[in-house]
Structure formats: C-alpha cells, structure tokens
Design a protein around this ligand. Structure first.
Ligand code: PK3
Ligand code: ZN
Length: 375
C-alpha cells in the first residue's frame, strides 16, 4: 500500500440508472477525474504531440510502457535524467504498464518461465529477461505514479487449461511484485486475468483482493474477442472488484466500448486507437469516422467536427486532406490531437451524465447514434 497523500480513490457520484460512477483518483503528480481516458505514450511521447498540446485536450493522465523503455533508452538512463516526468516534460500523472502484454504481443520467441519472461528484443534480437522483480524495479526507476504488476497474458480463444495456468502464474507474479515494490509515492495495481471463464476471473479477483492492491486492472481483454464477450466478462468482473478502488480496463477501446464499460463500473481506460487511427488519417467525429484522404474532402472548408473545440478543428478538411496527400508531418499530428480531444470530450460528457444521474440515457443515445457507424 502506498502512502501518497490522502485516500487513493473516492467515489463522488454513482449513476442512478447504471453502475457508472464518477471518482477522484489521487496521485503524487495530481488528481484524475474518473471515468478517465489515458492516451498511450509508449516510448515517452504521445507520438507527434508536445505535452502542452496533450494537456489542452483535457488529458489528466497518460500511459507509458515498461517494455519499450526497458529496451531503449533503458530505465537507468531515464532515472539519470530525472525520471519519466522530467524526461518527457509531462508533469501530471503517468501510469506505466508492466510489459506483460508486450512480451506476448511484440517480443519474439518469448519463453514464459516461472522466474519470468525471456524474449528476444524486437529492436536488435538480443536476449532479455523480464521478471516480476525487474518489472517493478523498472517502474520505480521511471518514477510513474501508478505501476502495474507483471502478468502472463495469453491469446484468446484458448484452452481453459492454458488460461488457468497463465492466470495462476499471474497471481504468483503479482505477489512477487507486491513484495518487491518499495516506492511509497507510487501506487501498485493488480491485474485480473482468466480469459473468458467467469469462474477463473472471480477466483483471480478474490486472490488479488486478498493480497490488497491500490487499484485493480481487468486484463486479458481487447485481444481479439467479440465485444459482446468482453461485455459479458465485465458484467461479472467489474462489480466484483472493491467499490472503493479504481477499476482499469486495459487496452480499451472504441468510443462505444468505453461507454459500455463505464456503465458496468469501470473508471480508467487506455487505448492506442485515437493516436494510431489519427496517424492513419482516420478522424473520430460525432457523426461517425472520417477518412481524411478521401477525395470528397478536397475542397471542403468545414472543420473535421464543427462541434469540436480542438486546435486541429480550426483548419479545413481540405487542408488536412492536403497534408496527408503531401505526406506532411502536420497531418498525423493534427488528427491525433483531434482524436484525443474527441475521446476526452466524450468522457467529459460521460462524467456530466453520471453527475446528472442519467448515464443510462446517455449510453442509449450513443448506441443509437453510433449503431449506424463503426464507433
Ligand atoms: C489493445 N488491447 C490490450 N489488451 C490488453 C491487455 C493487457 C493485459 O492483460 N495486461 C497488461 N499488462 N497489459 C495489457 C494491455 C496493454 C495496455 O494497453 C492490453 N492492451
Ligand atoms: Zn477537433
């Protein structure tokens, strides 16, 4: 348990129609209003965006990755340069993931042993070992406000025995992470595994809560399973987690997925979609997604989203299409910025709906509006 000033998390309002709630998450670098969305800054940068631009979208917390920074520039280098906040000039909260997902999704020839994950770096093929103890040491060197335990993530669909084995190893690793964790100004979150098996998920929740973490993440989802399957697991897992601790759904998701998860009591999200899609000229708007290379935008003087307050929406669609057709750097920068602003505005609207006790109506309205698009 960390001792950052005051309580970790307070629920300030619960919706009257769903399990959605508004909360305040307190960290060493300030507070986060939940439900909150974390843009992904994998290599100590939200790709293409200076910190003050990210702040301007209303972002209060970002995610960075142990796996990538372990390989380059190495955590000892980041620590020597003052830690991750000073290194990247972001002075609000930072959550670091442990690498559990990347050793499964990015690394080559990963071998999972009881001791830890052994893999070849995707950068130079060198052999790397990531143990629970090293994952904690790295996150303490980086100085993030929230650290994640090292977990064993498996692909879905999978054999129940494979899922059970990985879930049990993740529990043993979580305990080792807890024992290794020293920094009192850094929260430590556990991660619930167990695939799409409700009984394995609930057993994992029970054991993690027994160990006692500052917050709880729901892992092992958004790994290719149908959305309905994810929602079914959330129905079981989210309400079973302690109400007075933050609940973080890892790697999610599309705008509609965020709202469906918020309705089930989830407080925190991270996803590469707004920035990755932005770099690929796909802009989220209230009326549905826009593909900015599309010829229809060539002479369109309107902003991407006339209701959007962001800097990118002071330019015309014609200009943004030109930037992508000319392969100018500013294209991906502007649409990434806009997409993060879109997600943060959606969460502001969600928090307001919860405060008004009508999040259920808000969700229904978005389900109807977006059912005709791929949001
Ligand atoms: C894009 N989908 C996704 N599913 C995830 C699932 C996990 C998970 O189970 N464990 C850990 N440590 N990280 C995860 C991450 C990376 C964070 O975005 C995920 N990302
Ligand atoms: Zn905009």
């Amino acid at each position: 348990m960390s001792t950052v000033g005051g309580e970790i998390f307070s629920v300030v309002r619960t919706d009257s129609q769903t399990l959605a709630r508004c909360g305040i998450l307190r960290t060493a670098h300030g507070i986060v209003h939940t439900p909150a969305f974390m843009p992904v800054g994998t290599q100590a940068t939200i790709k293409g965006l200076l910190p003050h631009l990210v702040e301007g979208t209303g972002t209060e917390i970002i995610l960075s990755n142990t796996y990538h920074l372990l390989l380059r520039p190495k955590p000892e280098t980041v620590a020597a340069l003052g830690g991750l906040h000073r290194f990247m000039g972001w002075h609000k909260p930072i959550l670091t993931d442990s690498g559990g997902f990347q050793v499964f999704s990015l690394a080559q020839l990963t071998r999972i042993e009881e001791r830890g994950a052994v893999f070849r770096s995707h950068l130079d093929g060198s052999l790397v070992e990531l143990t629970p103890e090293r994952a904690i040491e790295v996150q303490e060197l980086l100085g993030s406000d929230i650290a994640m335990v090292l977990d064993h993530v498996v692909a879905l669909p999978n054999e129940r025995s494979v899922i059970e084995d990985a879930m049990e190893r993740s529990l043993r690793w979580a305990e080792r992470c807890q024992k290794a964790h020293q920094r009192k100004d850094q929260w430590l979150f556990g991660i619930v595994q167990g695939g799409l098996e409700p009984d394995l998920r609930l057993r994992c929740v029970e054991e993690l809560v027994q160990m006692g973490f500052d917050g709880y993440a729901i892992g092992g989802l958004s790994v290719g399973e149908p959305p309905a399957e994810m929602y079914r697991i959330l129905d079981v897992v989210a309400p079973s987690l302690p109400a007075e601790r933050p609940r973080y759904l890892m790697g999610v998701g599309r705008p509609i997925d965020l709202l469906e998860a918020i309705a089930r009591g989830v407080d925190l999200f991270d996803c590469v979609m707004p920035t990755r899609n932005g770099r690929n000229a796909m802009a989220f708007t209230e009326a549905g997604p826009l593909r900015m290379r599309n010829a229809c935008h060539e002479r369109d003087p309107r902003p991407m989203d006339p209701t959007c307050p962001c800097l990118a929406c002071t330019f015309s669609r014609g200009y943004i299409r030109h930037l992508f057709m000319a392969r100018e750097m500013l294209g991906p920068i502007l649409v990434s910025l806009h997409n993060i602003a879109f997600y943060q505005r959606l969460l502001r609207q969600a928090r307001a709906a919860i405060e008004a006790g009508s999040f259920g109506d808000f969700l229904e309205e978005k389900r109807a509006t977006w059912s005709r698009t791929t949001m």
